[in-house]
Write a protein that binds this ligand. Structure first.
Ligand code: GGG
Length: 363
């Protein structure tokens, strides 16, 4: 008797712009992966929570949206943002409430230079291929806490405050996750990033708690950087970095830089994790909706595929790592063969890259 296939129920939220193109591509690749592996399958449920629908209905997700999402094993997200909706409305309408409500307090953003991709670092670094980092982004507080307000908005005396919130619980749990991540990496090295010279409250608490938690991990080499100096080190000495932990805002910015240094923002993945596994985690490429190329079929699907590989890794909880690794290998065979989109100086479109990756999965 053949054993029953595991069924993973996935909520997809393609969102806006190229989010739609790359989500479709990711589903195609994941279905191929499941068919070839044969031990599991995906059940997809699409949610049309987008800026277009917000304009028509006045909401991104319905009042019971979070309850609906909780029924799934994972969420696959495309992109959010569209020119006729203010960016803070779209971000706070969809992606940030999901991260907050689903206890996704960790955002993991790995970066390395995939085979066949030329990094801009080849112009300036001595060892351009030696860029292999995992950025651990605190995903629930800090500058994204949503605290603050405005007053006298329509007068010359307008005032706005943006309050960063940092808590011991929030900092400790992200530090532990970052040290645990570093422990599994070959270099066993963690760099903690703050701006604790200028931000003398929250960032100093980050420093203090970092030192406390570091004592529990004597086998990890660690150092600390101010975020401005970190940008210089990422460009000039990429080989000296490995695992990086930073606040919500700092890591958001640093991971865009990391993606650009590895070739394109179009290849970079992210995992919004609830490490307790009490809620579904969410996987999304780090890029936005790119309205300028939306619907043209030329978006780079590699970041979406890499995010899909991370979703498989998470769902398998150790048992599907070989499948995720297989997908990464298929992606790299395709980039190595020169099947790349325009952002990577190639001439292929989304469909061609997707079909090439599917073909490699079958090999
Ligand atoms: N695919 C991710 C996406 O749509 N990102 C839009 C964005 O601006 N995200 C900000 C963030 O990740 O905090």
């Amino acid at each position: 008797m053949p054993s029953e296939k595991r069924v993973y129920k996935i909520a997809t939220i393609p969102g806006d712009g190229i989010g739609v193109d790359i989500t479709e591509a990711a589903i195609q690749v994941l279905d191929k992966l499941a068919a070839v592996d044969g031990t599991f399958t995906f059940q997809w449920n699409e949610f049309d929570w987008s800026s277009k629908n917000f304009k028509e209905r006045g909401w991104y997700m319905p009042p019971d949206g979070m309850e609906q999402l909780k029924k799934f094993n994972a969420i696959y997200f495309g992109a959010v943002g569209w020119p006729d909706v203010a960016d803070h409305i779209s971000l706070w309408g969809l992606i940030l409430p999901i991260r907050n409500s689903m206890n996704q307090y960790v955002n993991v953003r790995p970066t390395r230079i995939l085979r066949g991709i030329t990094s801009p670092l080849s112009q300036c670094a001595k060892q351009p291929r030696d860029l292999d980092w995992v950025i651990v982004r605190e995903n629930s507080e800090g500058e994204y806490a949503g605290q603050g307000g405005t007053t006298h908005g329509h007068t010359p005396h307008a005032v706005a405050t943006e309050v960063s919130i940092f808590t011991r619980v929030g900092i400790e749990r992200i530090m532990r996750f970052a040290f645990d991540t570093a422990k599994l990496r070959p270099r066993k090295k963690l760099t903690m990033v703050t701006k604790s010279n200028a931000q003398r409250h929250g960032m100093v608490l980050w420093d203090t708690i970092f030192h406390d938690v570091a004592k529990e991990y004597p086998d990890i080499t660690w150092d600390k950087m101010l975020v401005d100096a970190m940008t210089v080190r990422m460009v000039n000495q990429p080989q000296t970095l490995d695992t990086i932990v930073a606040t919500n805002l700092h890591a958001d910015i640093l991971s865009d830089l990391a993606a650009a240094l590895s070739g394109s923002i179009g290849i970079a993945p992210s995992s919004n994790l609830d490490p307790t596994r009490g809620c579904p985690s969410m996987f999304e490429p780090i890029h936005g909706s790119a309205p300028d190329i939306a619907g043209k079929g030329i978006a780079n699907p590699v970041g979406a595929f890499w995010s899909a590989a991370e979703m498989v890794r998470w769902l398998g909880n150790g048992e599907l790592d070989h499948v995720a690794d297989g997908l990464m290998e298929a992606i790299e065979k395709v980039t190595e063969a020169g099947v790349k989109t325009r952002d990577l100086a190639g001439s292929s479109n989304t469909k061609e890259v997707t079909e090439a990756v599917c073909k490699e999965i079958e090999v």
